[in-house]
Each structure stands twice: as C-alpha cells, then as structure tokens.
Write a protein that binds this ligand. Structure first.
Ligand SMILES: [Mg+2]
Length: 222
C-alpha cells in the first residue's frame, strides 16, 4: 500500500529551543494583554499561558474561557506576534535532502496559521518542497488539531487519500490521539525522553528527526 507522510511543522521539522518556547509564551501573553486588554500583568499572563498548555494543551484556551474571547480572535492576534519570531528558528542542516530521500508523498499539517506556515517553510528551506502540499488548521476553519478527529478526516478528503494510507508524525501526543482515531499510523518525535511511552495510540516513537527518518525507511518502507 502506498504510504503518505503527514508532518507536523512546529517542533517537528525544526526544533523549538527553550528560548524560542519562552518567547512563544511571552507573545501569547502579550497578545492577550495588548490586543484584548486582559487585566493581568505580563508575568502573571505568561504564567497563565504555561498553565493553559498544561491543562488544555493549548496556550490560548485559558484566555478564551476566562475572558470569553473568541478563540479565532486570540489565534489571529497571537500569530501576528509569532510572525516576528520566525527568524529565531535555526533550520536543520540538509533536511531537504533527507526528506527527498524518503520514498513517500509528503505533506505538512500544522496548527500554525497558513501565513506563518509559509513563512517558516521558506525560512527552513522547505517551501518549494511542500508547495501546494502544506495545510493549516485554518484551511478547515478550525484552530486546533487536538480537539477532534474531524479535522484529520477533512485533511484526508482534501488531499484525496485514505487515513489508512497516512503516517502522521507529530511531537505533540495529544494530536496523535485524534489521527489514530480515524486509522492513521502515528509516529511521535520526542527529544529528551519519551514521555508518552505506553500510550496505545502511538505506533512508533523516535528521538529527533534523524532517527524518525531512519525509522520511516527501515520500519515503514518509505
Ligand atoms: Mg508540533
């Protein structure tokens, strides 16, 4: 059976350093304070972003719930700030050549906005490779990929392949759960240690992108 790889983008096709992650938390807090006048000081708001990730696997969700702000508006504001951080990303060396060595059709599916996906793919040298084959949750009128399997179903319909022909690769296990529900093969990339060990919706886990590419070739025939 022909296999297709669907890559997550953030912290999968590039590595989010602690510095970068902290910046993302800070701009999430800034977007909430500046664009929606949320009455929290910067340090408290930044702490709330972290708590929101822990509780909802989404940094914006706390603000959406607590202050009744439409998630879509928070999402847009956050990405305006995130856009300024793209230059901080250090591309993996030779990733294009490594992806080209895989014998599978490849796509990107990201929680980041379409504009940011394009900007990041250009920055990391993969835009031409994924041109017309990268999708944002925005393409399916949603803002998360860890809420329902519907968005994975819609993605498959759009690209015209069955979920059973897809290998979905993500660093965030909460996304893999929903991909698995519709029958995708699921791979988790982890960095320090495999914190999702034993989760039955994950078929394979690899440490870092190079091990993952090796596994895709050796175990999945890509
Ligand atoms: Mg990710």
């Amino acid at each position: 059976m022909q296999k297709n790889i669907i890559w997550d983008l953030d912290n999968t096709l590039y590595f989010e350093t602690e510095e970068y992650k902290n910046k993302l938390n800070e701009v999430t807090a800034l977007a909430a304070i500046k664009d929606f006048n949320i009455p929290l000081d910067f340090a408290t708001a930044t702490q709330k972003v972290k708590e929101s990730y822990m509780t909802y696997r989404d940094g914006l969700e706390f603000f959406a719930r607590e202050y009744k702000i439409p998630h879509q508006k928070l999402y847009t504001a956050y990405h305006n700030y995130k856009s300024e951080l793209v230059d901080m990303i250090e591309p993996y060396p030779n990733l294009l050549e490594k992806l080209q060595s895989l014998n599978c059709q490849q796509y990107v599916f990201s929680t980041s906005s379409k504009d940011i996906c394009e900007k990041i793919l250009k920055h990391i040298g993969l835009y031409n490779f994924f041109k017309d084959r990268f999708y944002s949750v925005e393409d399916f009128n949603t803002y998360k990929k860890n809420e329902s399997s519907n968005v994975y179903q819609k993605l498959c319909q759009t690209i015209g392949i069955s979920p059973h022909e897809c290998i979905f690769v993500d660093d965030s296990y909460s996304n893999l759960d929903f991909a698995k529900q519709i029958g995708m093969t699921t791979i988790r990339i982890y960095y320090r240690n495999n914190s999702a060990k034993g989760m039955t919706f994950i078929d394979s886990a690899y440490k870092g992108i190079d091990e993952c590419i090796k596994g895709l070739k050796e175990t999945y025939g890509c």
